[in-house]
Design a protein around this ligand. Structure first.
Ligand code: COA
Length: 163
């Protein structure tokens, strides 16, 4: 599926929210409060500069979204982090890869030393395969740290890419 990645503006939120809402209420991939309101989700996702929020678009359609930021403030701010979500009906067509490649390029040109994903759910094999194919390695797993609705308690991986 041909998609373009561009920076998101406040006007994109109505088309981002259904994607975030679906992922958060499903509770399979993100440890976010599934009862979070739209306003809370907007505040959490649409982070202000120097963070960056992007959308993957095909024409007027928003197929996916990512945000990216310094993983920690102060002495931890040379390591980037981020999150990505693809609309359920657009998955498996390269949108997630395009968002991840964009995130890596942003981190590199912003001068970050590495990217750390803090909590990749062990059963999220598509995300893990995608990140590994881009060079990420798993530093460790917090065992049973995520309550999966079908699998029970599963691990959370810390994944790392040296830039
Ligand atoms: C994880 C996620 C972002 C991947 O996005 P996507 O658009 O489906 O991924 P892509 O189509 O770009 O595929 C990238 C890779 O993921 C893997 N993958 C994706 N869909 C797959 C499928 N149905 N079966 C097997 N592997 C798959 C493959 O390794 C694929 O590599 P390829 O490009 O060589 O085929 C998406 O599934 C998603 O938004 N999931 C819910 C939220 C989430 O888990 N976010 C990440 C949290 S860490």
């Amino acid at each position: 599926m041909p998609c373009a990645i561009r920076e998101a503006g406040a006007g994109d939120w109505p088309r981002i929210w259904p994607i975030v809402q679906d992922v958060v209420t499903e509770q399979r991939t993100f440890a976010y409060d599934p009862a979070m309101s739209e306003a809370e989700a907007q505040q959490r996702w649409m982070l202000p500069v120097p963070a960056r929020v992007v959308v993957a678009v095909e024409g007027d359609r928003v197929l996916g979204t990512a945000n990216m930021y310094a993983n920690r403030p102060g002495p931890g701010s040379h390591v980037a982090s981020g999150s990505l979500m693809v609309s359920r009906d657009a998955r498996g067509s390269g949108v997630g890869r395009a968002l991840a490649v964009d995130l890596i390029a942003w981190a590199r040109r912003s001068g970050f030393a590495a990217i750390q994903f803090n909590a990749v759910v062990e059963t999220n094999v598509h995300a893990i395969r995608l990140y590994e194919s881009l060079g990420f390695v798993t530093l460790g797993v917090a065992p049973g740290a995520f309550q999966h609705p079908a699998e029970g308690r599963v691990g959370l991986r810390i994944m790392w890419l040296e830039l």
